[in-house]
Design a protein around this ligand. Sequence first.
Ligand code: HEC
Length: 225
Amino acid sequence: MQQISTARLVLICAGLYVIAVLTSTCSSSKPAPAPPHAPELWGDMKPVVSVKELMRDMLDPIADNIFDAVKIVQTEQGTVETVPKTDEDWEKIRIGAVTLAEGAYLLKIPRPFAPPGDLNNSTGPDAVELAPAQITAKVEKDPVEWNARIEALRNVGLEVLDIVKRKDVNELWDASENLDKACENCHRSYWYPGEDDSFYQKLSRRLQEHREQPSHSDGTVKSPK
Ligand code: HEC
């Protein structure tokens, strides 16, 4: 086999380099069409827990970073108002906002609504909650509403993020209300649609019956769930 001289090799390499540069400049003028089945994610997304556990162990506790940042609590000494003051206070709110805004999309991954065998409070005469299978059926029938509820939660996360940048306490009060609504609206539709007006009438009747007993509440005014 004939030996290629070093000089010639360098020439070949240089030639190849020029071709490579030329083709890349040419092709960069018109963007390459996206491959037909471009994945929207960089990989699979696999759920770890049910919706119920995602609520209990992630979205609910982290929402408290926002709910607890602005609140009014009645104590025996009087009314105590909490608002964010230090950079650390605002940082905690930002952590809540980012986790809610990003975490909301975890609700788009199909996952069981409750752990196996957990039927929610869906049996018995006073049952107000849907069973996990009923929630699944409702979401499958109208995924548009489910996604809209998720977007609503995400939007409050984005709103709070913006407020943190401006450290606007007044707006944070409103955003906390909005957050409460974003949680509640989804719960009322998917989790406990049985909690209608008649449910609350029954509840207040029952509360009246128990009024004589002393309450052990800590007096927290705002404790949304
Ligand atoms: C897109 C709908 C949706 C949004 C938004 C949502 N949730 Fe939920 N949440 C559910 C559903 C559905 C369940 C009931 C799942 C089940 O038990 O089958 C639930 C259950 C819960 C539970 C009960 C967990 C348990 O251990 O019983 C808590 C607490 C909760 N959510 C808190 C929140 C809070 C706080 C927010 C707002 C920051 C929120 N959720 C926003 C759909 C939602």
